[in-house]
Design a protein around this ligand. Structure first.
Ligand code: HEC
Length: 151
């Protein structure tokens, strides 16, 4: 019985995270612009993206993803515990993504976009204790993942 209850709660959480974001106040275009400019809160104020992407960084980033993120984040757009990563580079700035990874407590408390995600997912992303360098490798892999999915 306890097990069943736990299962029901888990399904509830997954469904909760799948629900569409609420769309209140401000036009769609306004919202989009806000997100495009939002660098989040934390140490990361500017990221230089590599073009082409760096294969060694991608490899390290993928290893970190497999170990520390895959349980909650899929490489597709599908949400499980957290949002799927596919398409994230189009909706978030690289600075926002890295601040979310390295400064998640403050982001969930103070950043509007992160708070909106928390409202949908109900689960708090735990701090994964990544160094800035590790987070940068994961970011490289996230860009590669989007490039693969698009191509
Ligand atoms: C225990 C589950 C869990 C783990 C492990 C986890 N996350 Fe998350 N993540 C979440 C949840 C849930 C959210 C949505 C915000 C919230 O509710 O806290 C999220 C949000 C995010 C976002 C923002 C997504 C978007 O669509 O804007 C990024 C980026 C992110 N996580 C990166 C990572 C990375 C990188 C790792 C591994 C180093 C990781 N997460 C590990 C649960 C997790």
């Amino acid at each position: 019985m306890k097990k069943l209850l736990g299962f029901i709660v888990l399904i509830g959480l997954i469904l909760a995270c799948n629900s569409a974001p609420s769309n209140k106040g401000g036009s769609k275009a306004d919202e989009k612009k806000k997100e495009v400019n939002n660098k989040g809160i934390g140490e990361i104020t500017h990221v230089n993206l590599n073009d082409p992407l760096d294969p060694d960084m991608i490899k390290r980033g993928k290893a970190i993803y497999d170990m520390k993120c895959a349980a909650c984040h899929k490489t597709t757009a599908q949400r499980v515990v957290g949002p799927g990563f596919q398409g994230i580079t189009e909706k978030r700035t690289p600075e926002w993504i890295m601040n979310m990874i390295t400064n998640v407590e403050v982001m969930l408390a103070e950043d509007p976009a992160a708070r909106e995600l928390l409202k949908q997912c109900l689960v708090r992303m735990p701090n994964q204790n990544l160094s800035i360098g590790d987070a940068r490798d994961v970011l490289e892999w996230i860009y590669d993942n989007d490039a693969q999915k698009a191509g």
